[in-house]
Write a protein that binds this ligand. Structure first.
Ligand code: PLP
Length: 394
């Protein structure tokens, strides 16, 4: 038997992809399955973006590009940061990668030594802890509650910090909770970070555009510009432009670390796909109204789903500020269902009995909850809710 590396044995495959695969398997076996597991918009990539890619192919933009992205795309990203976020970057502070996932992976590999700690508030995007582990780092999970709207408090942040803390991760609006930090809350977290000048910050702004909260989008640099020299802004085109399959994400931050991340990328995947880069440039430079149409639809589904879930006994769902996920507590339903003791068992029951695939909260570090993606048609959501209701009340 081949002895695998400790590195690979320390991590698990993405649980969200696993649920999507399980649903696909059952469907292939002829079962009627509603998939609420996937983390991608159900809309097609907008036409003008697809056209830009086709033009790129026809013009022969089919060769290697600069490792860190084409000059054109990097300029579009710089302009986007100025336009949307009021942030200034030079080209050597930008790295384009094959998806937001690779951006964080590069960051972890460029920064962490064995035992370096990364503070990650739960519920978290499933990949952060595992990517930290691959890089020999130590995830330090800060548990939040639904009562606190799944937000880490300044006191919790302070208590999680040790002399080994290297990085703090903030994802707002959050996958899976859909909750955003307010500017005031980010200021309060920044106050703590100002007392610890060696700690770096990653703000994952992937869902920046999919918001309907009371405040416009903001990140920790808007709250505290003083953190500019130690903050990495991670973003991408996957969610905002329904471009998950194109694989383009980007990072901005202090040039020396961005350079180190580029070195890692140069020895692993090299440049992201040239054609996808042309498409991403068009997405960022064209009128942004395609986003608004998707957000309007997501908000309608959000409002329906939150109120419909709250009508089911044993489920409690707080409204989100954005994204396309709801993250209700199923604890009451778990407690009331004989033979079901955990969220994982509840997810299995719903898959087998109701034919609804969703992701248990423990995958995100918050047991007792479920993540439901509403990146699917309203009629499908209605069907899913009525199936969940009958399965739980049967
Ligand atoms: N960050 C968050 C919070 C996400 O939810 C995702 C995708 O699920 C990503 C980053 C990575 O996106 P991608 O690698 O598809 O660009």
């Amino acid at each position: 038997e081949v002895q695998l590396s400790n590195r690979v044995q320390n991590i698990k495959p993405s649980p969200t992809l696993a649920v999507t695969n399980k649903a696909a398997e059952l469907r292939a076996a002829g079962k009627d399955i509603i998939g609420l597991g996937a983390g991608e918009p159900d809309f097609d990539t907008p036409e003008h973006i697809k056209q830009a890619a086709i033009e790129a192919i026809n013009q022969g933009q089919t060769k290697y590009t600069a490792v860190d992205g084409t000059p054109g795309l990097k300029q579009a990203i710089i302009a986007k940061f100025k336009r949307d976020n009021g942030l200034d970057y030079a080209p050597n502070q930008i790295l384009v990668s094959s998806g937001g996932k690779q951006s964080f992976f590069n960051l972890a590999l460029a920064l962490l030594n064995e035992g370096d700690e990364v503070v990650i508030p739960a519920p978290y995007w499933v990949s952060y802890p595992d990517m930290v582990l691959v890089a020999d780092g130590k995830p330090v999970i800060v548990e939040t509650t639904q009562a606190a709207r799944f937000k880490m408090t300044p006191e919790q942040l302070e208590a999680a910090i040790t002399p080994r803390t290297k990085l703090v991760v903030i994802n707002s609006p959050s996958n899976p909770s859909g909750i955003s930090y307010t500017l005031a809350e980010l200021k309060a977290l920044a106050e703590v970070l100002l007392k610890h000048p060696d700690i770096l910050i990653a703000t994952d702004d992937m869902y920046e555009h999919i918001v309907w909260g009371s405040e416009p989008f903001c990140n920790i640099l808007n709250a505290c510009p003083e953190l500019y020299d130690r903050t990495f802004v991670l973003n991408g085109v996957s969610k905002a432009y329904s471009m998950t399959g194109w694989r383009i994400g980007y990072a901005a931050g202090p040039a020396p670390v961005i350079g180190a991340m580029k070195k890692i990328q140069s020895q692993s995947t090299s440049n992201p796909a040239s054609i996808s880069q042309a498409a991403a440039q068009a997405a960022l430079e064209s009128p942004q109204d395609c986003i608004g149409k998707m957000v309007t639809e997501f908000k309608k589904r959000h409002d329906y789903l939150v109120s419909a879930l709250n009508e089911i006994p044993g489920i409690e769902c707080i409204p989100g500020d954005g994204t396309f996920y709801a993250f209700p507590s199923f604890q009451g339903a778990i407690d009331a269902t004989p033979g079901v003791e955990t969220d994982v068992e509840m997810a299995e029951l719903l898959l087998n009995k109701a034919g609804v695939a969703l992701v248990p909260g423990s995958a995100f570090g918050t047991p007792g909850h479920m993540r439901l993606s509403f990146a699917t048609a309203m009629s499908v959501l209605e069907d899913a809710v009525s199936r969940i209701k009958s399965a739980l009340t049967a």
